[in-house]
Ligand binder design. Structure first.
Ligand code: GDP
Ligand code: MG
Length: 177
């Protein structure tokens, strides 16, 4: 992916939020390293990964922050949101509760983050369609009402992962240009 010697025109911080086990870390692993693991290993402390891509002939370094387990303790701090220009609000399409918690996450985000932050709602695990508990329409409607972008993804089979990041990064790029 990235070329270490490449000149960077922009660095965009994007935060991943949502309930535990919805697939945030695997979405990030898929985007940053094109990897996926079925083992959910709890990570300690805040961490981020980067990937550099080109948008309209400019090199953009996406710095993607992962809550790394803090979501379990409701301990996502304002430092996590500081400087973020994008946010990915993730739920699991097979777990209704993770979607029902989205308004709370959105409230958290709006309380701590910049008011112009670009937000995408992501329904992850579309490969588990037979276990779907959240209709696409419900999420779409919520996203429209709240002015969020919306996509359903699968970190497992890669569906829409690239698309989700590009949607956010391109929108941020358009705002700063
Ligand atoms: P996090 O707590 O939100 O970071 O969730 P993880 O990324 O650790 O994922 C939790 C569990 O869901 C792990 O067992 C992952 O392998 C699994 N998982 C993540 N994304 C997907 C997906 O798109 N499809 C399926 N079937 N499993 C997934
Ligand atoms: Mg995680």
């Amino acid at each position: 992916y990235g070329d270490a010697n490449q000149k960077i025109d922009y660095v965009f911080k994007v935060v991943l939020i949502g309930d535990s086990a919805v697939g945030k870390s695997q979405i990030l692993a898929r985007f940053a390293r094109n990897e996926f693991s079925l083992d959910s290993k709890a990570t300690i402390g805040v961490e981020f990964q980067t990937r550099t891509l080109v948008i309209e002939h400019k090199s953009v370094k996406a710095q993607i922050w992962d809550t790394a387990g803090q979501e379990r303790y409701r301990a996502v701090t304002s430092a996590y949101y500081r400087g973020a220009v994008g946010a990915m609000l993730v739920y699991d399409i097979t777990k209704r509760q993770t979607f029902d918690h989205i308004p709370r996450w959105l409230e958290e985000l709006r309380a701590h983050a910049d008011k112009n932050i670009v937000i995408i709602l992501i329904g992850n695990k579309t490969d588990l369609e037979d276990q779907r508990a959240v209709p696409t329409e419900d999420a779409k409607e919520f996203a429209e009402k709240e002015g969020l972008f919306f996509l359903e993804t699968s970190a497992l089979d890669s569906t829409n992962v690239e698309n989700a990041f590009m949607t956010v990064l391109t929108e941020i790029f358009n705002i700063v240009n």
